[in-house]
Design a binder for this molecule. Structure first.
Ligand SMILES: [Zn+2]
Length: 258
């Protein structure tokens, strides 16, 4: 099975088979199940910026941090940019609050969990088993337009010497082709994207991200899409398109501390 649902201690998450084959790597595509947030953010909302009670968000974050056994959970204020935060073992910095304006997180430090929050956007996990560097990228359609995935691969190559053909990529639950309707696509998308239209106004953003990763040098067999639509699956995922005022799902990747 490509994508496996796991449930434990009231929390539930998905795992991708492609990333599961690396014992040094921990990754979880969190569902909204469990957690302490109240409607309309029920239950595992991981975002401080959607109007939820911050104490509940902090509690939710400590629940997933504990469950994953990571020493630190790094999260930023995402703005659909190509800006990158690199936490490197060469240059260890600590942040006690969320830095604003970042959409690419990269680290080579074991025990540091990289958290991307999304409700319909994709979180794209990248892992290089050769250099043992991880990244987590916030990629909505605006990210696709800016090619944020290509930027992340460039950063991994330039800063850590990763070879793109060695990189593995996992795409989180997000808006599927069933629900990715863009009535203004002529204004919003470059013409090169129009080929991803599967029926009038509906686009396959999963395939678009795969193709952008392949254009950045990844091998197609090193890419796996969770293929779960956040808008369709209300029981498991928050969806902005479905509910507008709602929480954010979390996707976390970390290198095991050992
Ligand atoms: Zn759908």
């Amino acid at each position: 099975m490509i994508c496996r649902r796991v449930q434990q201690d009231g929390l539930a998450w998905f795992r991708l088979a492609l990333l599961d084959q690396f014992p040094e790597l921990e990754h979880r595509l969190w569902t909204r199940c469990g957690g302490v947030s109240q409607p309309p953010y029920e239950g595992l909302n991981l975002s401080f910026s959607v109007g939820d009670n911050p104490k509940r968000v902090s509690r939710n974050r400590s629940l997933i941090q504990q469950a994953m056994g990571v020493t630190e959970l790094v999260s930023v204020g995402q703005i659909h940019s190509k800006n990158t935060l690199i936490l490197s073992s060469q240059n260890r910095l600590h942040y006690d609050r969320e830095i604003q304006g970042i959409d690419i997180l990269i680290t080579d430090i074991p025990g540091v969990g990289l958290l991307i929050k999304q409700a319909d956007c994709q979180a794209v996990i990248l892992y290089d088993p050769e250099t043992r560097v991880i990244a987590n990228v916030h990629c909505g359609w605006r990210g696709n337009v800016q090619n944020v995935l290509g930027q992340a691969v460039d950063q991994l190559r330039e800063v850590f010497g990763c070879r793109p053909e060695s990189l593995r990529a996992g795409i989180s639950p997000s808006l599927g082709p069933c629900c990715a309707e863009f009535t203004h696509y002529r204004e919003e998308f470059p013409e090169a994207f129009w080929t991803y239209q599967i029926k009038p106004m509906f686009f396959d953003l999963w395939r678009l991200s795969c193709d952008q990763l392949i254009a950045a040098g990844l091998r197609s067999e090193h890419i796996q899409v969770a293929a779960l639509c956040t808008r369709c699956q209300a029981g498991d995922f928050f969806s902005y398109r479905r509910d507008r005022i709602t929480g954010r799902n979390g996707t976390v990747v970390a290198l095991h501390p050992s």
